[in-house]
Design a binder for this molecule. Sequence first.
Ligand SMILES: Nc1nc2c(c(=O)[nH]1)N[C@H]1C(S)=C(S)[C@@H](COP(=O)(O)OP(=O)(O)OC[C@H]3O[C@@H](n4cnc5c(=O)[nH]c(N)nc54)[C@H](O)[C@@H]3O)O[C@H]1N2
Ligand SMILES: Nc1nc2c(c(=O)[nH]1)N[C@H]1C(S)=C(S)[C@@H](COP(=O)(O)OP(=O)(O)OC[C@H]3O[C@@H](n4cnc5c(=O)[nH]c(N)nc54)[C@H](O)[C@@H]3O)O[C@H]1N2
Ligand SMILES: [Mo]
Length: 771
Amino acid sequence: MKRSENTDTPTFEPYDQPTGGWGSVKSLVEKSAQEGLLASSVWGTLARQNKPGGYQCVSCSWGKPAEPRAFEYCENGAKATLWEITPKRCDREFFARHRVSELLEWTDHDLEKQGRLTTPMKYDATLDQYVPIRWETAFREIAAELNDMDPESVVFYVSGRAALETSHMWQLFARIYGSNNLPDSSNMCHESTSVGLPESIGSPVGTVTLADFDACDMMFFFGHNTGTNAPRLLHWVQEARKRGAPVITFNPLKERGLMRFKSPQHPLEMLSPGEGTKMSSDYYQLKCGGDVAAMTGIAKAVFALDDAAREAGKPRVLDLDFIDTHCHGFEEFERFVRGSDWDEIERCSGLARGDLEHTGRVYSKAERVIANYGMGLTQHRHGIENVQMLCNLLLMRGMMGKEGAGISPIRGHSNVQGQRTVGITEKLDLIPHEKFEQFYDFTVPKEKGLDTVEACEGIIDGSVKGFVCLGGNFTRAVPETGLVEEAWRKMRLNVQISTKLNRNHLLAAQNTYILPCMGRLERDTQNGVDQFVSIEDSTACIHASLGTIEPASKEILSEPRIVVELAKATVADKSSVPWDEWLADYSKIRDAIERAYPDDFAGYNERFRTPGGFHRDIGASKREWRTQNGKANFLTPESFDVDPDIDTTSQDVLKLMTVRSNDQFNTTVYGYDDRLRGVDGTRMVILMNEADMKRLGLTNESRVDIETHADDGVTRRVEDYRVHAWDVPAGNCAGYYPELNALVPLWHHSRRAHVPAAKSVPIRLIKRSAA
Ligand SMILES: Nc1nc2c(c(=O)[nH]1)N[C@H]1C(S)=C(S)[C@@H](COP(=O)(O)OP(=O)(O)OC[C@H]3O[C@@H](n4cnc5c(=O)[nH]c(N)nc54)[C@H](O)[C@@H]3O)O[C@H]1N2
Ligand SMILES: Nc1nc2c(c(=O)[nH]1)N[C@H]1C(S)=C(S)[C@@H](COP(=O)(O)OP(=O)(O)OC[C@H]3O[C@@H](n4cnc5c(=O)[nH]c(N)nc54)[C@H](O)[C@@H]3O)O[C@H]1N2
Ligand SMILES: [Mo]
C-alpha cells in the first residue's frame, strides 16, 4: 500500500444538494457494506444511539434530548459507530505479516481500516515487528519502567473519548505516580474557550442547554462546520428557522450544512422535491482571522442603533440594566468599538460595512440570542480574543444567563468537556487537590504539568521520556509532525491504549506497547454485572451510557480495567484509592466523583440515567459570575492586528486553514470523499481563491509543493498537492488535517491557551514543473 491520499480520479463538483437528505442515507448504506456489516444488525444498534437506556455516540459531543427522535443519530455519528463495530480485526496474524517500517508507509485510512485491535502487543526492535505479550507481563513491565523514570518526564495524554469514570481514575493515577502532565485533546481544541470564558463570565463551558435552543429567536455561527462536525445540531437550527428566527453565519468557506438542510428524520421532507430549509438567513464569507474585526463592526452598528433609539426616546438597544448590575469593563469596550474605524474593520474582516450593519440591525431586534462557535475561532493566535469578543457582543445586549440566550462553544470529542470537569488538566488550580490528598492519603505534586504544546517541546528537547496515551493519535494530531515524529522514537516508553491501529503506534520508542481496549459500545462486565459509564455533552448535561455489543476480542479489556491494572502495578501502595472496589462496581467511582465535586454531581448515581441527562452547576447560566471580581467582564482586544506570524507585506504568503472533511473523525480517515464540499477522491488538495491562483500562475491542473513561511530555520514541506479554485476569500486557502500538520510550527499557537493555530498557517506554494 502506498502513502498517498488519492484515488486515481479525484473530482471537484461543489455540492448543491441539501445536507441530511438522501445523500446521507446513501452514504451510510455504502459504509455498512464496506465494513462488511449486515444491515439488520447495524440498524438495530443505531436505534439505541443517544437514547435513554442506550449508548452515547462516540462521534461528536452535541446534546442528547430527553425525547429523542426516532433516529437520534446522523450520518457521521453512524459512521463512527460502524467504524467501531466493524467485524474486521487487526490481530496477531496481521502483525506477524507486516513489519513496522512497512506499515509506516501506509496511510492513516489504510491503518485504521484493518479493524479492531485484538491482542496486547509489544514492539520487538530486532524483528521490527509487534509481537503478542501477556497482559500481566505488559502491566508489570510498564510499571517497572515508570517506576524507574522521573515522573516529571512522563506524560499521560487523554483523547476526549474516555468516559468520566475512566478519566477521573486516570488523573488520580498520574498524580499519585507524581505527574501533573495531563494534556488532553482539548488543549488542541477548545482550550481558548477554557481559558477565555472563565475570565469573561466565570464558567469554562457554554451556558446554554437544548431548552435554550428551543427558545432562542436568533443564532450566530462563527467558524463551525455544523453539517459535518455536529450534524444533529442542524435539527435545532432548522426548527429555529421554521419559527422565523434569523441565523447569521460567519465563515470563510461556504459550508453546506449551514446553507441547506433536509431532515432525514422526516419522510415527507425527504420525499418532497426542493431545496430543504435555508439554514443561514445570511452567510458572510469573512477573511480567515477576521472575526474580531467583524464582531467589532457588529457592535459598532449596535451602538449606532442605540444612539438613535436614545435620541428618538425609544427603548434602548443596549441592555443598560444588565450592564450596570452585572458587568465590568463596558466603558473600555465602548471606547474601543466607537474608536475603531470602518475602513479598518472592512479591510481586516473582508466584509462590507453594510453587511455588518445589517447583522447589527437583526441582532438588535432579537431578544434571545445564542452564539455558536467552533475551531474557526479557537485555533488562532488570537483564539482567546475571539472567544472573549463574542462574549462582549452577547453581554452588551444582556444575552447571557437568560432563557434562550447564551454562549455555545460546540465541543469536539464526545466527552472532552467532561474530562476537564473530573480532573483532566495540567493546571493545579482547576482541581480540588486538597480533597484528593485528604480522601486518598497521597501528596498531589504542586508544579503545573505540561499541556500539549509543552509536551511536544519536551519530546523535541528530550526532557519528556515516556508517553502513556489513553486513546487518540497524539503525534498525528499535534503540529510540527517532522520534529515530533523524529524525537518521539528516542523516548524510552510509549504506551498506547487504543481501539484501532494508527501511525502513533508505529513510531516505536525504546519500549513500545499497544494495549487494545473496548469501545463505548461494547459490553463491559465487571464482577458479573454490566457496567454503565457516563459522559458530559456540549451543553454540560451528564448522561449514562451502556454498551451491549460483544467485545471485539476475548483478549481486550475495558478502559477502566486497564487504568486500574496500570495503577495497581505502578502505585498500588502509594495511596488509599480502593482500585479493586471501584473496578468491581463503577457506581463507586461515580460516588467518588460526587464527593470531590458535590456541586456538579449531587445525586450522580440516581440522576445520571435521567432522559436528557442532568445539568451541571453552571453559574453563568444563572447570572452568577464566578470571576475574580464577581462580574461578567467585557474584555477588550488590543487591536485587530492579531496574527503576528503572517507577513502581510508579501503577496505570496497565503493563510492556510486546516479543516476536517465529511469523511473523517479527526485523524481517523473513513474515506476520501468530502461529500458536502464536493471534493471526492483526494485529500491532497489546497482549495484556493481563483485570483490568487492566476496571480501565482496556477491552474486546476497544477501541482504544488507547500512550505511554511517562517523564519526559524526549520523546513516544513509537503509535496505534490493539487490546487483547486474555490469560493474562498483572497489570501486564504484550505486543506485537510491531519496531513497538513507537517506545516504547522509548534510555536504558532494561541497566546496563553496554547491551542495550535491550525486555522492560520502562513504558507507559500511552489509550483512543480510538469512531469
Ligand atoms: N464527523 C466529524 N465530527 C466531528 C469531528 C470530525 O473530525 N468529524 N471532530 C470533532 C472535534 S474533536 C471537533 S473539535 C469538532 C470540530 O468542528 P469544527 O469546529 O467545525 O472544526 P473544523 O472542521 O476544523 O472546521 C472549522 C470551521 O471554521 C471555519 N474557519 C476557519 N478559519 C476561520 C476563521 O478565521 N473565522 C471563522 N469565522 N471561521 C473559520 C472553517 O471554514 C470551517 O468551516 O468536531 C467534532 N465532530
Ligand atoms: N492541523 C490541525 N490539527 C488538529 C486539528 C485541526 O483542526 N487542524 N484539530 C485538533 C483537535 S480539535 C483535536 S480534538 C485533536 C484530536 O486528537 P486525538 O483525540 O488525539 O485524535 P483522534 O483522531 O480523535 O484519535 C483517534 C484514535 O483514537 C483511538 N480510539 C478511538 N476510539 C477509542 C476508544 O474508545 N478508546 C481508546 N482508548 N482509543 C480509541 C483509535 O486508536 C484512533 O486511531 O486534533 C487536533 N489537531
Ligand atoms: Mo477537537
